[in-house]
Design a protein around this ligand. Sequence first.
Ligand code: SAH
Length: 688
Amino acid sequence: MKTFCGRANPTTGAMEWLEEDENYDYHQEIARSRYADMLHDKDRNVKYYQGIRAAVSRVKERGEKAIVLDIGTGTGLLSMMAASAGADFCYAIEVFKPMANAAVKIVEKNGFRDKIKVINKHSTEVTVGPDGDMQCRANILVTELFDTELIGEGALPTYEHAHKYLVQEGCEAVPHRATVYVQLVESKRMWSWNKLFPVHVEAEDGEKIIVSPSEMENCPGVPSVCDIQLNQMPSRDFTILSDVVTMFSVDFSKPVRSASTYYRVQLEPVKSGKAQIVLSWWDIDMDPSGMINCTMAPYWVKSTSAFQWRDHWMQCVYFLPNEEPVLQGEKVYLTACRDEYSVWYTLQKARGEEENKAAISVESPVCRCQAHLLWNRPRFGQLNDQNRTSQYIKSLMKVLKTDSVCLCISDGSLLPVLAHYLGAKQVQCFFLSLVYYFFFFKFFKANHLEDKIKIIEARPELLTSSHLEDKKISVLVGEPFFTTSLLPWHNLYFWYARTAVTSHLASNVTVLPQSASLHMMIVEFQDLWRIRSPCGTCEGFDVQTMDDMIKNSLNFRESKEAEPHPLWEYPCKSLSDPQEVLTFDFRKTVPQHSLSTEGSVNLLRKGKSHGAVLWMEYHLAADISVSTGLLQISNEKGNCEWNPHCKQAVYFFSSVIESETLSDIPSAVTYAINFNTKTGDIAMDFKL
Ligand code: SAH
């Protein structure tokens, strides 16, 4: 069956109707899923196996039959572990149909057909009884329903229900318990993902400071978790203000309550500073003794020998609603509030207990200032990057004249304000933005610019000369940045918008950026390759069916697609020089024909060619460019430094070439890249 899905094309902006196979979402979900990453997580697998063996033995020692309930079985892995450990029967529940089907095949292939029953249901739909899905309640409960925030995938309500209806009282649970840890830190870098810092602009008539509206000051932001590879955050980028403390733990062998609640700990700062961020992670004890422990603790907390790279569980960064000065040795209270699915934090000075209680709001944070709805965390970081801003300032100064009429096309951009200040207030500024008119109205007002910058709420193709007060645009600017962009080249929407407003441009218009270029480099990833690499067997179980399924989903659309990843979190080394592969001239309109290129790139270092990384560079004005990708190759080993505010495109090669020496490898990778100007898609093909 086919269905039609409407969407705005992120590159061309055109509204289009796509005919989608009904399996499209399934394939996307599988191809981009974390199943492979979980199966590669040796530390996790080994510890689950140990915990499951121990639980089965305890039940057997009591002389009982071991009946296992495995909620969210995925490939069936944990049930197969249980069956191998001697469990009498396993009920393997999986809500996601393609996975349940795969589990059936995998279970059969590994010879567990009569020990494991795969049930394709959500656990809350499972029935127990002679005619039910399960003959009787289970006495072992095995799950792996955790995300980086522990509870974000609904572990609590699932456990609550399972204890009420699916397992016996006093059941053994693997994992037995989860514990959430926190540490209070000050970090300008991370805080810059949550608040807009004052932006300094050296204008001809003195320094100007762009400020944010006062509502932003105390705004609690959005409840969505900020999960990152904290191990990539160098210690120079944050200051530790407290020891690591236990915030709360959940015992999975007892009835679990999912209702909203709060937990509170007293902290004694080890250093004076500004409390801004709560870093958090968890560990799970697979058995009651706590001897089998799997931890997400970051590098400064655990020994390097315990280190296991994984992407399916990372660490959390929580932003306090506002920064709070703390003094070394002067106690404060940290409160974690949670609902069924998420956690948030507040900090209270140790005053009267009553006063503190009153300060606890169990209500989930809601952005009041609108900025957190408009700007996501990397975008905040980008806008706060004063280096980047100064590139735009320098370029604007080059192109603006006192009589310029300026139109800015970019989402949630500060460029109109910069242009206004740098044009010595003579510049007429128009801001074409479809998103968050009200926020920008407030923002401009906070800077006394409400009648200096005109916000136009229209799509570029609907722009009329009356919007522009019958003026022609002499300077067209963009960062470019659009909230709909996922892959680097989606921001080429600027080019399409520029084309749509052509009739409003003066004949001698300056376009900033004047052009963009697509760059490409072959890399070896330290770890990221795992997420797309087949597993074969996992702890002795044949899971190739899963590999095939992922491969099939990746090939679902004939041409493989590049995927966005923030590479500052995923170390890699360059195996080739970066190469410019396509250029886009914004001074001209989008051509009718495709832009394509072919060539080859030399491999300069030995290593595994896992894939190509692609990114955009914008040429703002003569000699001034900004890169959304590679910033530099930092040493002779080829380690790369990436723009920390942008995602880069990664194209994983279907097979990896490994070179021990430079002489025994094909010394080059050939590529063909095609930008279809009609669809805005970039298709690519690489041959090793
Ligand atoms: N147990 C597997 C897979 C874990 S991923 C392993 O450890 O390798 C979690 C799986 O649980 C996903 O496939 C998801 O679809 C499923 N899931 C989550 N909550 C569920 C629920 N309440 N009932 C049934 N399946 C669930």
